[in-house]
Write a protein that binds this ligand. Structure first.
Ligand code: AHR
Length: 512
């Protein structure tokens, strides 16, 4: 049973105190919406050591590699089943000139990465290196084009270079550079954060630029582009309104960026040193994305009631102060169980809105912000967030099962209401039901009754991610501090399951 906790307890379940602490009622018969695998998308920017040192070390590196890609990182990403990878930015995209990143490496010009610490970029990782990596990972590439400082011609030629079969000048150039066949490129972003680092534009002006640039992003030889407009930052509903009105169905998708961050000026707080109050605040702020989504979606529904235009949350995650001693501007941060909860709670919310939200990309895949993987020289460590993504990848392309949740709630700093339990469920194509549960309570175990509404399970198994302390994290010296283990706390009942969820735990169950 629960103890009193720091805030005010509200809205207890209608059940009696002798009853479970929380109830989750899943409605399998109401499942109709597929959770697109792209909800589990990743993002890799030329920022700090995300690309150089994180994904790519080059063929001549002493660090074990496959054609220049780190072997350890590649193996970990393969297991993660990355469905889509966004590149080259972020803010970097609007200063990137793709022609600098093709052809013999020794001839590629250098540039200064003005957005991220003034680091000199040697362009050794370019279009071929990125698209080949996507092919090796078996994921969709998502290219961000340069509207801020690039030309329409440059963008048009990039599309031609990547996707035109033969006989065009850019296809010939690609073949001269060693790639005979075009790549398949589906997702193409027309600018990034065009209201900020992507050109400081007003939505009216950007809408016109979107119309102009996207006109020349052609579909070559059976490759059909899914064009994504640069969308709003969190609470900027006017941006979405103007784009829906002025661009409308000329875009296939519009993006949204939402970071769990304390603010854009001053300290964002330490990734590893925080109070219980900070922790609960973080989860409250993370969950606020649900209201933000609802409001953007309501605007989209007004202009597009058939939901043909997708909302792509193509940047999300935690943003803390950089780790002391790391390069300023490289956004390298550690990743604790708190970050794991931000991941699980966010994914639970995204699953609910997949009739409109078709892709999300956590920022970023390695060594930057809320990452899956950290590297240092030849060492690699998987973060708690990596483990959440892996435990959750059973939900990719499965049918979302709506559910009702009754649990204790708490009022956290900034007057947000935080439920102590988060849950999501899906049924895969083999008929297996997967349920993910997050007990965010720092102190107390929760006994959860999971009702399966008419489905009788024959067996249940699961895995759990938990740790003694909420600020625990994995280091190069101790990479296994936070790692999933087999979970034995679920038992079948006549109408579902009972689950004993330890404090600070994330569990995924499989019911056959
Ligand atoms: O992910 C880091 C940065 O955050 C991206 O470059 C930019 O788009 C956003 O502001």
């Amino acid at each position: 049973m629960k103890n009193a906790f720091l805030g005010l307890a509200l809205c207890f379940s209608a059940t009696l105190s002798a009853q479970p602490d929380a109830t989750v009622t899943i409605h399998p018969e109401q499942g109709k919406q597929i959770i697109p695998k792209e909800i589990y998308g990743q993002f890799a920017e030329h920022l700090g050591t995300c690309i150089y040192g994180g994904l790519w070390v080059g063929e001549d590196s002493p660090i074990p590699n496959i054609n220049g890609y780190r072997k350890d990182v590649f193996g970990a990403l393969k297991e993660l089943k990355v469905p889509v990878l966004r590149w080259p930015g972020g803010c970097f995209a609007d200063e990137y000139h793709w022609m600098d990143g093709i052809g013999p490496k020794e001839n590629r010009p250098r540039m200064v990465n003005n957005n991220w610490g003034g680091t000199v970029e040697d362009n050794s990782f370019g279009t071929h290196e990125f698209l080949n990596l996507c092919e090796m990972l078996g994921c969709e590439p998502y290219i961000s084009g340069n509207v801020g400082s690039g030309t329409v011609e440059e963008m048009a030629k990039w599309v031609e270079y990547m996707t035109s079969e033969a006989g065009s000048p850019m296809a010939d150039l690609r073949r001269k550079n060693g790639r005979e066949k075009p790549w398949k490129v589906k997702y193409f972003g027309v600018g990034n954060e065009s209201w900020g680092c992507g050109g400081s534009m007003r939505p009216e002006y950007y809408s016109d630029l979107y119309r102009r640039y996207s006109t020349y992003c052609r579909n070559y030889d059976g490759n059909v582009l899914f064009k994504i407009a640069s969308g709003a930052s969190d609470y900027d509903y006017n941006w979405t309104e103007v784009l829906m009105r002025n661009v409308g169905h000329r875009m296939d998708g519009v993006s949204l960026h939402y970071y769990t961050v304390a603010g854009w000026t001053g300290s964002k707080g330490s990734a590893t040193k925080f109070t219980d109050d900070d922790y609960y605040w973080t989860l409250g702020k993370c969950r606020e994305i649900e209201d933000v989504l609802k409001r953007h979606i309501a605007i989209m529904d007004k202009y597009d009631p058939k939901k043909q235009i997708a909302l792509m949350v193509d940047e999300w995650g935690t943003w803390w102060d950089e780790e002391p001693g790391t390069v300023k501007g490289h956004l390298y941060q550690q990743n604790t169980m708190r970050d794991a909860f931000v991941a699980s709670l966010s994914l639970d919310i995204f699953h609910k809105y997949t009739d409109r939200v078709k892709m999300t990309n956590i920022a970023q895949i390695a060594n930057v912000l809320h990452s899956m993987i950290l590297t240092k020289d030849d060492k690699m460590v998987l973060t708690p967030t990596y483990h959440v993504f892996k435990m959750y990848n059973v939900h990719q392309d499965a049918t979302y099962l709506p559910l009702d949740l009754n649990c204790e709630r708490k009022i956290v700093r900034d007057d947000r209401i935080l439920p102590m339990l988060s849950a999501t469920a899906s049924r895969d194509k083999d008929g297996k039901i997967h349920v993910s549960l997050s007990n965010v309570d720092l102190e107390d175990e929760q006994e959860v009754a999971v009702k399966l509404d008419g489905v009788q399970g024959k067996s249940v198994s699961g895995s759990i991610l938990t740790s003694d302390n909420i600020d625990d994290y994995n280091t190069f010296e101790n990479p296994g501090t936070v790692a999933p283990k087999e979970f034995k706390g679920a038992k079948l009942t006549k109408d579902g399951l009972t689950v004993k969820l330890p404090a600070r735990s994330i569990v995924t169950l499989e019911i056959k």
